[in-house]
Write a protein that binds this ligand. Structure first.
Ligand SMILES: *Cc1c(COP(=O)(O)O)cnc(C)c1O
Length: 390
């Protein structure tokens, strides 16, 4: 096993990447029927929040992911917000989320009036650690009327939001066990895991409800967009209703039966989404090819490890992950500077949410692995077009 210097890592990466001055971390690819569908959408006049492409996109999403229902919305954050609301998260509840996630997971919890409660992650999946969570809840919560409460704050803990980090499925079966033991609702933050499978089933099928994102940097994009996935028909109906300003169907009158949200995805975005979804199988194949190439490249390197999909899962390899050795963590920013200066766009993982100003005082379990991984992870270019010409 040999140790690579940053310069050698750059050379290795350049040997498996296209010869370009700048390689983005992740860029959208429009090589299908995007222009055709979007143009057609404009010609129909139906560009806003109802239209045939929305219905089509929802149907295609449900088919691809194997869930009963998909509801398209304006973005992934809005999808998470509605998921949490619909499963009954209330003001002053606490909701268990990883600290190692995009800030939207915590923000969505806050929108419901609840408070994020941070959970440590596992080095096996980069997502919530079910074993640590189980031990923690057993020690720090009590039951009252069939619900759990935090001993420290006295607040109800109503749900958990496992997130499939960079597309790698989290250990769902054990998390569902924990959820059952402690009577927690489960929202999957599957924003990064469209095309990822756990034990042969698409992510988003395991909890009560799940959220997807189609932001510009995700595996497929609608410009901005998201979706709510669920196998519960009633939840799906509620999701559609509440994201459509809770408008009651009527031939001409405006009637709304609760405080709803204007969260529906516009038809124009759904048209783009229909074209993107058609290409998803190709994107997945290309991304796996790239991941395999990275894996081989670092297989005999001692100070850098390529993160492979966890056991029992098939990842979409949305963003590829290199892990620095713990002794090299202090050099992380030097590595990042070197990579970026050489046109290989690279980023560290998110700053753990519990360290952000607005979430600093939220409840948390010990977050040792979170802090370790926060220093180790480097994301490297992962677009589905990086195999071209190779
Ligand atoms: C992208 C993302 C979201 C939010 O999606 P938007 O569409 O950008 O609102 C939520 N959670 C995670 C983990 C994400 O990566």
């Amino acid at each position: 096993m040999n140790r690579l210097t940053p310069q050698e890592v750059i050379q290795s990466l350049q040997s498996v990447l296209p010869r370009k001055d700048f390689i983005a971390l992740h860029e959208p690819i429009f090589q299908g029927k995007e222009t055709m569908y979007v143009t057609d959408c404009i010609h129909t006049g139906w560009v806003s929040s109802v239209g045939a492409y929305v219905d089509q996109f929802e149907q295609n999403l449900a088919e691809f992911t194997g869930v009963k229902k998909a509801v398209a919305v304006v973005n992934g954050t809005a999808a998470l917000h509605i998921c949490l609301k619909l499963i009954g998260v209330k003001t002053n509840d606490e909701v268990l989320i990883p600290s190692l996630t995009f800030v939207a997971t915590a923000n969505a919890v806050t929108y419901t009036g609840a408070i994020p409660h941070f959970v440590d992650v596992s080095e096996k999946t980069l997502g919530m650690d079910p074993y640590k969570l189980e031990a923690y809840l057993a020690k720090h919560t009590f039951f009252k009327n069939n619900e759990i409460f935090s001993k420290k704050s006295g607040r109800r803990i109503s749900a958990m939001v496992p997130m499939h980090t960079f597309g790698h499925p989290v250990e769902m079966d054990k998390l569902l066990d924990v959820a059952q033991t402690f009577h927690l609702k489960v929202v999957e933050d599957a924003a990064e895991s469209l095309g990822s499978y756990y034990q042969g089933k698409h992510t988003g099928n395991f909890g009560h409800i799940a959220a997807l994102s189609f932001n510009g940097n995700k595996i497929i994009t609608t410009g901005g967009g998201g979706a709510i996935l669920t196998n519960d028909e009633e939840l799906a109906q509620r999701a559609k209703h509440i994201t459509t300003t809770a408008k009651v169907s009527h031939p001409y009158e405006f009637v709304h039966d609760e405080i709803g949200y204007n969260y529906r995805m516009p038809n124009l975005n759904a048209a783009l989404g229909c074209a993107q979804l058609e290409q998803l199988p190709v994107f997945l194949k290309e991304k796996r090819k790239l991941a395999n190439r990275y894996e081989r490249l670092f297989s005999s390197v001692s100070n850098i490890r390529f993160f492979k999909e966890p056991e029992n899962s098939c990842s979409n390899y949305w963003l590829n992950v290199l892990l620095l050795e713990q002794s090299d963590i202090i050099m992380r920013d030097q590595w990042l500077d070197a990579l970026n200066q050489n046109g290989i766009m690279s980023r560290p993982i998110w700053k753990p949410i519990h360290q952000l100003e607005m979430y600093r005082d939220c409840p948390a379990m010990p977050l040792d692995t979170t802090m370790k991984l926060a220093g180790q992870v480097i994301n490297i270019p992962s677009s589905a077009n990086l195999n071209e010409g190779l």
